[in-house]
Design a protein around this ligand. Structure first.
Ligand code: SAM
Length: 299
């Protein structure tokens, strides 16, 4: 499906592995431009159901799929249990989650995600949320800022970065993406500058959308929703998310902090993490950091 909203990543690889029952119930937890939903519906038979969700109202409004098997909700995937209750569904055959922002979100100057465009610092995937990037950059304490740069940007000099922001914002509120960029003078090649700003902006975006905590909570809920023999496919775009997916599927007990002592029961259905092919990366360079992991729920 051609949709300028987003260029879907690892579609064939993820959908082929996700679907085990052509008349089953599936969830696309991150609808975006609907490329994965469209591909799922194409492989399913007439009795199947696909529930999709996205927290971004723009994604929902621009939906192009009209199909009686398809139901789209404007919600955060953390509310997956409520949505299923509404549809009187208890268990599903598969869940797909394709994390990160959509092409539309990144390239739309009104959304304030990109460090390449001079626009208001925003980065909210859910436009109804109270916490934008501008709020975080101007209101967070030095400690909070430094923690988020260290945790989500994996910066060794997180304190120094936070300090520079504090020094600037005492004089003048930091409003735009370029206000933020102009605080930093990065020595070195244009590649290292690009890398610095990509990491800086990514760490702020993760905080704005509470991406890591919500993803963990979502996995936690999902494991009870998938039927034995059903599958979960996760496409991630940075090492923190991929590490979570990997540990989750390996049944590592770091999720114990959530006080869940039940045995986890997923088994990876492929040995190595799946990455986009060279032709896919050539066609869509943004896909280069994508990693796919698919696992099957055991009995
Ligand atoms: C990479 S895009 C998905 C693209 C989609 N698979 C496609 O083929 O077009 C990610 C989408 O997930 C949405 N999203 C991210 N986190 C979410 C969450 N916690 N709940 C609901 N939607 C979320 C974003 O708003 C964005 O539209």
């Amino acid at each position: 499906m051609k949709n300028p909203y987003h260029i879907s990543v690892l579609v064939k690889e993820s959908i082929e592995k996700l679907i085990t029952d052509k008349n089953g119930i599936y969830i696309d937890a991150t609808f975006g431009g609907g490329g994965h939903s469209h591909a799922i519906l194409n492989r399913l038979d007439q009795k199947a159901t696909l529930i999709a969700m996205d927290q971004d109202i723009d994604a929902v409004k621009r939906n192009l799929i009209k199909d009686k098997r398809f139901h789209l909700f404007h919600t955060n995937f953390i509310h997956i249990e409520d949505i299923l209750k509404k549809k009187q569904i208890e268990k599903v055959s598969g869940i797909l989650v394709d994390l990160g922002p959509s092409y539309f979100q990144i390239t739309n100057p009104k959304r304030g995600f990109s460090n390449q465009l001079n626009c208001m610092l925003d980065m909210r995937m859910n436009q109804e949320s109270n916490y934008s990037a501008k709020h975080i950059i101007n209101e967070y304490s030095k400690n909070q800022l430094s923690q988020l740069f260290q945790k989500y940007g994996e910066f060794n000099n997180a304190k120094e970065i936070a300090n520079k922001i504090l020094k600037k914002r005492i004089k003048k509120e930091i409003i735009t993406t370029f206000d933020l960029k102009n605080i930093f003078f990065i020595k070195g090649s244009s590649k290292s500058k690009k890398r610095f700003f990509a990491r800086l902006f990514q760490s702020i975006r993760i905080e704005v959308n509470n991406e890591i905590n919500l993803f963990q909570d979502f996995l936690f809920k999902s494991k009870n929703i998938i039927s034995p023999g059903g599958r979960m496919a996760i496409i991630s775009y940075h090492s923190i998310e991929d590490r979570i997916a990997k540990f989750f599927f390996k049944n590592r007990m770091f999720f114990m902090k959530k006080n869940d002592i039940s045995r986890f029961s997923f088994k990876m259905i492929h040995k190595k993490v799946i990455k986009p092919s060279v032709p896919e990366i050539k066609k869509n360079p943004r896909s280069r950091s994508a990693k796919l992991r698919v696992a099957e729920k055991q009995i």
